[in-house]
Ligand binder design. Sequence first.
Ligand code: PMP
Length: 417
Amino acid sequence: MTAAPGKNADRGDAAIDVPTIRGQLPALSRTVHDKPLIYLDAAATTPRPQPVIDAVTSYETNYPANVHRGVHELSGEATAAYEDARRRIAAFLGAQTHGLVFTRGTTESINLVANTSGGTLEPGDEVLISALEHHANIVPWQLACQRTGSALRVVDVDDHATLHLAAVEDAITDRTRIIAITQVSNAVGTLTPIREICTLARSRGITSLVDAAQAAPHMGVDFADTGCDFMAFSGHKMYAPTGIGGLLASPSMLDAMPPWQGGGDMIRTVSFESCTWNEVPWKFEAGTPNIGGAIGLGAAVDWLGGIGMHAIAAREQELLGDAVARLHSIDRIRLIGEPTKRAGAISFVVEGMHPADVGAMLDRHGIAVRAGHHCAQPILERFGISATVRIAPAFYNTHDELESFEAALRRIIDVFG
Ligand code: PMP
């Protein structure tokens, strides 16, 4: 469903040219179950814009060569495009070019840190995470703690799912070595005071990692300004293909870390007795990387930058406000988490209905939402439930779509609830 030009202007759509944006996202114009698709699942993955599709297609079509290897023209072109993508992506996220390690995404980035910096943990040391974390920011730390005899500590949120700086401060002990916290919760939408947390960590000599998987698509994320040691993100949540993402750190920090995966490209010399490592960030990029994915992610940040993250954030705040108000207006709906600051997602349950059923019925209306535990079981348990329905509107959505979502939900509750 595409808004007619100007139709939504007085409803807050003016700053972003929504019809043009939607025209650049081909998946949005398809139908599902004979209904126009209403895509409210950006927190799971974002649709890919045409410039990203074109950049990937151009690599695969015109210069499908390996990087850093060949002397021939195609390899030179692939290497130049891959490394230029690194430069643009790092700049977009406020990091140094050689402070961006390409990974498969947030999960692999956090595992990289947990397996390298995490290796310096000693028995009795503590890793501090929050109750909001995605499994990707829990399990790697659990494994690191098991390997090293250190302990995983969890700082709780309040009953609205807000994470307070004071609670983080209270949870820090003289054994806290690493703080790993999400900037935005994928399950309940909490925006955390990440800059303050990282400043606090730095003042206490504690290593900090920010899970920016859900923040990067919704606001101007700035690695340097955040003041963290590590930041992890996923390309597919920021309009790029799956299988590409990154870890941001200072090059000197990366330099001081041991390598993680071994293989081609991460070495300078190899003999059967010993190896020397490549410079950073390549020391952490063993094997043939996702070259097309990196080029696609470069195109994605160019696209996002062209629209403007401030405009995106403003529009999404307004859509979230509209969606929250609509959900509040429906009897029998309970929002899970009403944090003071929100981005990305809204979770709710319908009294007497299973979230999976609600999600499946919305799908019959052409409305894509997520239902389940959202890979964040502990925060749902914190609220005494095991699953929610989650909507994650993004700047390409319209108020008309939210109206259709509300109408469909009311119908489902009336007929089946
Ligand atoms: N952290 C958060 C907050 C997420 O939302 C996700 C993806 N849902 C991840 C980590 C994991 O990202 P990926 O699966 O792309 O590695």
